[in-house]
Design a protein around this ligand. Sequence first.
Ligand code: PEP
Length: 250
Amino acid sequence: MSQRPYIVGNWKMNGSRVMLAEARAIDRAAQRYPDVEIALAPPFPFLGPVREAVSAIGVGGQDCHTAAKGAHTGDVSAAMLADIGSDFVILGHSERRRDHGETDALVRAKAEAALAAGLSIIICVGETLEERDAGKAEAVVSSQVEGSVPAGEVAAVAAGRLALAYEPVWAIGTGRVAAVEDVVAMHAAVGARLAAIFGEDADKVRILYGGSVNGENAAGLLAAAGVGGALVGGASLTADAFLPIVAAAS
Ligand code: PEP
């Protein structure tokens, strides 16, 4: 199934209300790129305001809890994200795996909670530099896909609402982009794991690349076989930096 490329900006823990102007500018420009699906994931405090400021792009959270509600101070549930109009949630970003000890099993539980709340999900996977240098990149990423992606009974629902983001940890925020041939090889490996989980429905899952994507390198990455879009950190913080990536996807 051929789908629009998906370009998602992850603002991480950056921004302020001033950045609503950037979201508005991205939203206005989005109307020029109907062939690209565009979305932003601002920090929780700005999620509602960004949602209200835009109409042509998707908006989502950067994490959610496994429970729908309860005694979990500081956490946010998928149901809450859905309630304020979020379309999706990013799960298992390497910064959450690193800073909060998130395991594949936890990411899968969060993914199931998000699906139950009606959200789409973007699950992040990726190897460290040590793992790549040790020749273990494909094994590590395959195992993350197998452990993090919802399977079994919810698989049919999950396939239609899932994007997988391959983000080599060493490429995130470093200015060091993965070589296109390595991206192609890893996306093929991820695609094979998804086919084992979802069968024919695996075609519905877009596999995004993330890691120092910018306006200069986006065209080459997005044209590569198996790349269905990009998850963008630093270059999503301003419309001027983000829109050339969207244009490259168009
Ligand atoms: C990310 O946060 O997912 C990311 C890929 O960051 P950056 O584009 O800054 O490398």
